[in-house]
Ligand binder design. Structure first.
Ligand code: MN3
Length: 216
């Protein structure tokens, strides 16, 4: 699995136990670093309110249950029938992937093995980009678009809410785009298509290539 799970161990002197919690990861760049493509205020709210909220609610959902101590991937695979895990574990994992595949130095096209795999699976980078943008555009309501590795090739899909393909055997996501309105409405209003086009300029293909290598 390509996305690291950040956890801290807490010693609770009252309970006399050691508890493990999921931790909101820091971004590797400033909130305004993706301007003018993705705006600073949206990035800050998205990270400190939305992603932080999923993280806190995930920790609450597992506290004191036999789900404590599982990795987030184990929770998604084994416990996604629990709504609080599906929504908040999904939200936690999805945003970890999202931030890690963004960069102020992003955009352009991948190279190496990932570029070859995209050509094999979609014919060309442009064709993949078109299919991915279409999946993101046509996801009704809130959700995500995904580029996944599954059964030896790459595929594109979308999921509702904070679901992801790990939950339903749809493959291992190596790139995901958040199309919830909270991800774009302040800057783009209802123009989701403009947000999608802006986002391509900050995709960190080096990170996506690393995810691809780890998933095959
Ligand atoms: Mn979001």
């Amino acid at each position: 699995m390509s996305v690291s799970v950040d956890r801290i161990v807490i010693f609770n002197p009252l309970a006399g136990t050691i508890r493990m919690n999921f931790v909101l990861p820091d971004l590797e760049f400033e909130y305004d670093a993706l301007e003018p493509h993705l705006d600073s205020l949206t990035m800050e709210i998205h990270h400190t309110k939305h992603h932080a909220g999923y993280t806190a609610k995930l920790n609450s959902a597992i506290e004191g249950t036999d789900m404590e101590g599982k990795s987030v991937e184990e929770l998604l695979l084994e416990n996604s029938d629990v709504p609080a895990i599906r929504n908040n574990g999904g939200g936690y994992w999805n945003h970890n992937l999202f931030w890690s595949t963004l960069s102020p130095d992003g955009g352009g096209e991948p190279n190496g093995d990932l570029a070859a795999a995209i050509d094999d699976s979609f014919g060309s980078f442009e064709s993949m980009k078109e299919q991915f943008s279409n999946a993101a555009m046509t996801r009704f309501g809130s959700g995500w678009a995904w580029l996944c590795f599954s059964d030896g090739s790459l595929c594109i899909c979308s999921t509702p809410n904070q679901d992801n393909p790990l939950m339903n055997g749809g493959g291992v996501p190596i790139l995901g785009l958040d199309v919830w309105e909270h991800a774009y409405y302040k800057k783009f209003g209802p123009a989701r298509g403009e947000y999608i086009q802006a986002w391509w300029n900050v995709v960190n293909w080096e990170a996506v290539s690393g995810n691809f290598t780890n998933s095959i």
